[in-house]
Design a binder for this molecule. Structure first.
Ligand code: 5GP
Length: 185
């Protein structure tokens, strides 16, 4: 489904498919420069990172491996609490590996901060972070992002992997949902 097909539910477009592709390509070139002599292990956090992982992995012109983690946040459902439970752990050992965490969006930064702490005990050679989107105004903890696509305003966005109640993940762009969709005015 194209972004335009569902524009009735979208209040404003934050990033088009073309802008996202440019951002992903830019991130890929930066990762290639830092990973000339080893095979990085890309780790995606399900489910939001599926689209960016698929595009980034195919854009990278270096050998790489992919693994996935699924986590769930304790506490309030819409806001990250920073207290995370592993629902599906990694299958590949991090020992001695050059790891790149691939994130769809860094909002409060709490999930990423928890992941970095969790990975610190797993003996990786290096751990870097690639994030397509960041909301600087929403960040509660200062987490380093080595490869960043775009800073965006502090609005709830959907598309390109990001959902509202499991919908809109397949949109090719990123946009702000109309408040009427989630019961607002
Ligand atoms: P954190 O607040 O811990 O940085 O963000 C955790 C997760 O909340 C993100 O990985 C993402 O799944 C979700 N999230 C944060 N901001 C948004 C948003 O604007 N839209 C959607 N759909 N999910 C978001």
């Amino acid at each position: 489904m194209e972004f335009e097909d569902i524009s009735a539910d979208i209040e404003s477009v934050v990033l088009t498919k073309e802008q996202i592709a440019e951002g992903v390509a830019r991130i890929a070139r930066e990762i290639e420069r830092d990973h000339t002599n080893h095979t990085p292990l890309l780790i995606g956090v399900l489910k939001g990172a599926v689209m960016v992982m698929a595009d980034l992995a195919r854009e990278l012109r270096i050998p790489l491996e992919i693994d996935w983690m699924a986590v769930s946040s304790y506490g309030a459902s819409t806001k990250s609490s920073g207290v995370v439970r592993i629902v599906k752990d990694l299958e590949i050992s991090l020992e001695g590996r050059h790891v790149i965490i691939v994130e769809d969006i860094v909002d409060s930064g709490l999930t990423l901060s928890w992941l970095l702490e969790n990975f610190a005990s797993r003996q990786a050679a290096s751990v870097r972070v690639a994030a397509l989107l960041r909301k600087p105004e929403a960040m509660k903890v200062d987490v380093p992002i080595d490869y960043l696509g775009f800073d965006i305003p502090n609005d709830f966005v959907v598309g390109y992997g990001l959902d509202y109640a499991e919908s809109y993940r397949s949109l090719s762009g990123v946009g702000v949902l109309k408040p009427s969709v989630y019961g607002g005015s």
